[in-house]
Every structure is written in structure tokens, then in C-alpha cells.
Design a protein. Structure first.
Length: 371
């Protein structure tokens, strides 16, 4: 099926890695993104060895590593600041680090530049208004009045996916967990050579993302799902850290820029049934949105992209490709969604506490398995 023309809806991590993987297989690819500025928020992201392996398969590994910083362990701390474990992370690529911290804008640039260089057409400020699948091809009309005919449409449009809502109007919707995450960039600790995780009702982590920068993430109970106004957001984040270890409280005094705070309620969702209908298929958060407790949300989307491209290149029909793609991906993605939610619920007292060191080691073992 090398002559397929494919539309990717969504220009985020999943959509761009899908475009790259599909272009490598020789498919014609259009990408549409609703945000006319194609922007991402300015904090960082954690990615483990399975993502490095995927980046190598995408031909992006060196550019990706140049844009971030590698590290080889996760350190676990009690709420009072006492370190209780250092969990070594397995390396899957000889001579490369086990994990990478990278700024989201830096990652976005690596993926966007490669997508364009490979010849995919990227259109910004555009949405799909109608998607009509007649069994042989898919007719799409766009918000700018244009239209196109495609062999395959891929919904990579995130947790609030309009493609999913159109495809499966009765599918489970994202559910708020009762917890939220706050993020903020700081000058990097001189001795920070690992992801540092502080357990407790207020969870805190530090992730290196460059030689000069790290970001802090903070998970907090937010049972009523409040909406914090932009003005005063830095003070609100500082207040959430008032009961943490002294060193964290001291660092919190540097949280002064409202616009530098990224706040997001945590939601999760897993489509248990089919991930496609006809010639339209879902990837990433559109089909398995996870909370960030295992740091694998973007990793699962990137792996989806590789597997889907492989199956479209080898299968005799689109239906066969989509069926094989879900079969290869469901158990792995479901594990990440469910285990991340179990950690979240344990932190909130909604379920038994989860041993973070043990859960992290298990996640490394699971994601080290071949795709």
C-alpha cells in the first residue's frame, strides 16, 4: 500500500512522529494543526529509554539528544527530603543514556523541522470540518473552505480529540482524577544527574532539560477541579509547596512569573474497544490519555506512530493494518494508563499506596520489551 495518501489531524508529538514515520515508508502525508502559531508550552518532558529507541528508528536520535540532556537513574525521596532509593534505568541503546529530559519547545522544533524536511505538507490554523468515509476513500472538508481526498485519516488530536468524538460518539470521555500538575522552570541544580521524585500528598519532581535548566513538577489534590486565574498563578503554586521539605520551600520562593507557571488538571481515558472505524484511526492521547506519573504519555504516542506506519507498509488492506496496530499496542498502553492512575489514586487516598521505586522499575521492564 505504498501509494496511500494520509491526513494526520494534529501537529503535536504524536502527529509529527506519525508524519515522520509515514514519510519514511514512502506515504504522502498532510498534517493539519488547529493552532495557527504551532506553539507548545515552555516547560519540559521526561522520556525514557524506549523513546530513545523509537527516536533512533525515526532517524532523529542525534538531533533529539543534542536538544536535551541524558541521565541514567531515578531518585526517590520521602516528603521530608530524605532519599530512600536510586533506581538505575536500563539502557536500550549501547553508548546512549537511559533517559532524556528535554524542553517541549526544543522537542517540537526537532519534530517539526524533520516533518517539513521529509516533504510532509503542514497547514496551520486549520481543522477538519467534515470527514466522510465511503469505504474506498475519505473526503475531508477543512475550516478554510478547502477539501481533500485521502486513503487514511489519523486522529492525533489529543485528549479532547474531535476525531474520536466523531468516530465514537459513545466512547468513554476523559475523566478528571482529582489531581492536577503544576510545572515551572529553574536553573539546574549543579549535582542533578537523575530524575528526582519526592513522594507525598503533594508530589514533587525535578527533571534536567539542558545544561542550564531543569523543571519542577508538582502534583496536588484538586478535588473540586478549580480554574486558577493567570494573575496570581505563581503565588498559588508557591502556596501548594508550603508543606514540603525545607529545600523545596526555599526553592519555591523563585516562583514569581505567572506566565511561567503551567497548570493542568489531570485526566485519563482508555478506549477499550476498536481504535479505528473504516479508514480512520486514532493514536496517542486521542485513544489512551494517561496521567504523567510514569512519564510515558508522549512515549506511547511516539511508539504508536512507529507501529502504525509499519503495519500500513506491510498489510494488504487498511483494515488489516489498523487491526494489527491495535493488537500490538493495546496491552502496553493500557498498562501505562492503569498503573499511572493507580499511582495517582494512591497519592490521593483513593486506593492503596503504590511503591514508586517498584512501580518505576516495573515500568522500565515493560517498556524495554520490543514493540
Amino acid at each position: 500500500m505504498q501509494s496511500l495518501k494520509i491526513l494526520v489531524i494534529g501537529g503535536g508529538i504524536g502527529g509529527l512522529t506519525a508524519a515522520i514515520a509515514l514519510r519514511q515508508k514512502g506515504f504522502a502525508v498532510d498534517v493539519i494543526e488547529r493552532d495557527p502559531s504551532w506553539s507548545v508550552y515552555g516547560v519540559g518532558i521526561i522520556q525514557q529509554a524506549n523513546v530513545l529507541r523509537a527516536m533512533k528508528a525515526l532517524g532523529l536520535l542525534d538531533d533529539y539528544l543534542d536538544a536535551g540532556v541524558g541521565f541514567d537513574a531515578v531518585e526517590i525521596f520521602r516528603p521530608d527530603g530524605v532519599k530512600v532509593a536510586r533506581v538505575p534505568a536500563p539502557r536500550l541503546l549501547e553508548g546512549y543514556p537511559a533517559n532524556v529530559g528535554i524542553g517541549r519547545p526544543a522537542l517540537h522544533k526537532v519534530l517539526g523541522d524533520r516533518t517539513i524536511a521529509l516533504g510532509a505538507e503542514v497547514r496551520l490554523g486549520i481543522t477538519a470540518e467534515t470527514i466522510v468515509d465511503d469505504g474506498e476513500q475519505v473526503a475531508v472538508t477543512f475550516s478554510d473552505g478547502s477539501s481533500g481526498i485521502y486513503d487514511v485519516v489519523i486522529g492525533a488530536d489529543g485528549v479532547y480529540s474531535q476525531t474520536r468524538a466523531t468516530l465514537f460518539p459513545d466512547a468513554e470521555r476523559p475523566q478528571f482524577t482529582g489531581q492536577a500538575v503544576w510545572r515551572y522552570n529553574f536553573p539546574r541544580f549543579a549535582d542533578l544527574d537523575a530524575l528526582q521524585v519526592y513522594n507525598g500528598p503533594t508530589g514533587v519532581g525535578f527533571v534536567p532539560i539542558s545544561d542550564a535548566l531543569m523543571y519542577m513538577y508538582v502534583t496536588t489534590p484538586e478535588p473540586d477541579n478549580p480554574r486558577y486565574p493567570r494573575e496570581g498563578l505563581a503565588a498559588a503554586m508557591r502556596g501548594k509547596l508550603a508543606g514540603c521539605a525545607p529545600a523545596i520551600r526555599d526553592l519555591a520562593e523563585q516562583i514569581t512569573d505567572d506566565d511561567g507557571v503551567v497548570y493542568r488538571p489531570l485526566e485519563g481515558m482508555l478506549v477499550e474497544g476498536p481504535w479505528h472505524r473504516g479508514r480512520i484511526v486514532l493514536i496517542g492521547d486521542a485513544v489512551h490519555a494517561t496521567t504523567p506519573h510514569l512519564g510515558q504519555g508522549a512515549g506511547m504516542a511516539i511508539e504508536d506512530s512507529l507501529v502504525l506506519a509499519e503495519e500500513l507498509a506491510r498489510a494488504e488492506t487498511v483494515e488489516d493494518a489498523f487491526t494489527a496496530y491495535r493488537a500490538r499496542r493495546f496491552d502496553r498502553c493500557a498498562y501505562i494508563v492503569r498503573q499511572s492512575l493507580a499511582i495517582c489514586h494512591g497519592q490521593l487516598g483513593k486506593g492503596p499506596p503504590v511503591d514508586n521505586a517498584k512501580a518505576t522499575a516495573e515500568m522500565f521492564a515493560v517498556t524495554a520489551q520490543p514493540l
